[in-house]
Design a protein around this ligand. Structure first.
Ligand SMILES: Nc1ncnc2c1ncn2[C@@H]1O[C@H](COP(=O)(O)OP(=O)(O)O)[C@@H](O)[C@H]1O
Length: 221
């Protein structure tokens, strides 16, 4: 499918009517951040915008609605996702984008599907959406300014830091941690090398201390 401006505008208008106001505002924030990163890192603007628009489409679904869509589109979530059912909202949104809106671009669908957990070997659009969700202008938590600045300069380092923050947050809240995030973080660490990552860690701790990494900033309704 060719993603163009008109198609994006149409989808934006449809989603604006279907999503709660606060969540749609967040969606537009993610779209804006994703576009800026796409420009910065030479990624496809239309793909970034389309993935951003759909990423939280199913965030407001309850467990039954999520599982219904899983059954309808024959998705095969792992058992942890079924147990921690909020983790299904990315896969469900991707299935709806494909089956109900005809979005068949694999990079876009993967970015929607994996925006909460991340995964090993993320592509550029996936990284951009994962990060844009963290640093869009509506987010407000300790450390967001640094992560925001990093995101527009050093995509991989920022993704690594966001994955690490998520792991700390999930562990500290006593929830189940999805292994995709662990694999993604370890993969990024190997790609970047410990020297770069340690320099980042020192910089981060110098600015925010050791205890300030524990928020994903879920501050919209
Ligand atoms: N890797 C993970 N493993 C388990 N749970 C997670 C993971 N990442 C996020 N979560 C949980 O899923 C919820 C939804 O994640 P996400 O969509 O990123 O939240 P938001 O965008 O609202 O901050 C988070 O509040 C968190 O409790």
């Amino acid at each position: 499918m060719n993603i163009n401006e008109a198609r994006l505008k149409h989808i934006e208008q449809v989603l604006a009517k279907r999503m709660k106001t606060g969540r749609f505002q967040h969606t537009l924030g993610v779209r804006n951040a994703a576009l800026r990163m796409a420009d910065q890192f030479g990624a496809d603007r239309e793909k970034a915008a389309m993935a951003a628009l759909f990423h939280d489409y199913a965030k407001g679904f309850n467990k039954e609605e999520l599982l219904q869509t899983v059954r309808l589109y024959h998705l095969q979530p792992d058992s942890l996702m079924v147990q921690a059912h909020q983790l299904l909202h990315g896969s469900v949104a991707a299935a709806i984008a494909l089956n109900e809106f005809g979005i068949d671009d694999d990079e876009v669908l993967k970015a929607i599907e994996y925006h909460t957990t991340g995964r090993k070997h993320m592509g550029t659009i996936e990284k951009i959406i994962y990060l844009a969700d963290f640093i869009e202008e509506g987010r407000d938590y300790s450390g967001v300014a640094f992560l925001r600045e990093l995101a527009y300069r050093e995509l991989d380092l920022a993704v690594y830091q966001a994955l690490t923050n998520t792991m700390i947050y999930v562990l500290e809240t006593g929830k189940l941690l999805h292994p995709n995030t662990v694999e993604a973080r370890n993969h990024m660490l190997n790609e970047l090398g410990e020297r770069k990552v340690n320099a980042l860690k020192k910089m981060w701790e110098g600015l925010y201390g050791k205890d300030s990494r524990n928020s994903t900033g879920g501050n919209y309704p």
